[in-house]
Design a protein around this ligand. Structure first.
Ligand code: CTP
Ligand code: MG
Length: 252
């Protein structure tokens, strides 16, 4: 898909979604300030092209198109701010209100994003490295969070999981039917999320998963069916997989 076509297809969906009815405001915080060390790439993984379009543009497009997302904040490394602003401008992502610098850990990057969010009813945290999320998945998680105050995308595990000892001997087999693999977006009522971040900081805990913040603060997070295709681009192997998914969807 050419750059201009990506822009047009999402712009069209956005216009259908501006129905004018009032609903809670939801700020998406796209955390994209990691080093991408496991990618072992010269360019930061946020800017690696997937079928010609950079990861961060692929990630932003479904948030731009989502009918439940009000505005978007992108958290990036200081050296990525200009390039991110270029992507936002090129693709016409007009829901992006701020691009802010992240911190040394994901939790600190999320904190920076929240500080830039202003007054908003809900926060939707999403990994910049999950470019295959769909507007439908985003909207499902947001709608559930409107009911429960905290919800995350997740998929049921397909593989059986084993717990091992330090010799790699199997110790036990947990019941697969209650096991999920957690994804993003993760959506929280803003005050619950703010307090959970503050508590983790004062407890000197640093999580890479925002649900754990809520769990640590005694809250309950509801799991919502995500999508198996909503993979996180982590190592080089993930790039051909992501491109195959895009081709299968007709988004290449
Ligand atoms: N992230 C962030 N700030 C950090 C660390 C991570 O905003 N200090 C973001 C990443 O940019 C990514 C998401 O959190 O979109 C999930 O993290 P991960 O996949 O681990 O990305 P990196 O930390 O960049 O990769 P690595 O762990 O391989 O260095
Ligand atoms: Mg990381």
């Amino acid at each position: 898909m050419k750059r201009v076509e990506l822009f047009k297809s999402f712009k069209c969906r956005l216009e259908q979604n501006r129905s004018g009815e009032s609903r809670p405001s939801v700020t998406a915080i796209i955390v994209a300030a990691g080093k991408g060390e496991r990618m072992e790439s010269e360019i930061n993984k946020q800017f690696i092209p997937l079928c010609d379009i950079p990861v961060i543009a692929r990630t932003l497009a479904p948030f731009q198109a989502s009918r439940t997302i009000t505005q978007i904040i992108v958290v990036t490394r200081p050296e990525g701010i200009v390039e991110t602003a270029g992507v936002v401008h090129e693709f016409g992502f007009d829901k992006v209100v701020r691009i802010v610098r992240g911190g040394p850990t994901r939790q600190q990057s999320a904190t920076a994003g929240l500080a830039a969010a202003g007054n908003t009813d809900f926060i939707a945290i999403h990994d910049g490295a999950r470019p295959l999320v769909t507007p439908a998945c985003i909207d499902r998680v947001v709608q559930k969070a409107f009911e429960t105050k905290a919800a995350t995308a997740a998929v049921r595990l397909k593989d059986t999981v084993k717990i091992s000892d330090d010799q790699q001997n199997v110790v036990s087999t947990p019941d697969r039917s209650s096991m999920w693999s957690v994804q993003t977006p993760q959506v929280f009522e803003t005050e619950i999320y703010r307090r959970a971040l503050e508590k983790a900081k004062s407890d000197e805990l640093d999580y890479t998963d925002d649900c754990q913040l809520i769990e640590n603060a005694g809250g309950i997070v509801r799991l919502v069916e995500g999508e198996y295709a909503n993979i996180k681009i982590t190592t080089r192997d993930d790039i051909p997989i992501a491109e195959a998914i895009l081709r299968a969807r007709g988004e290449a």
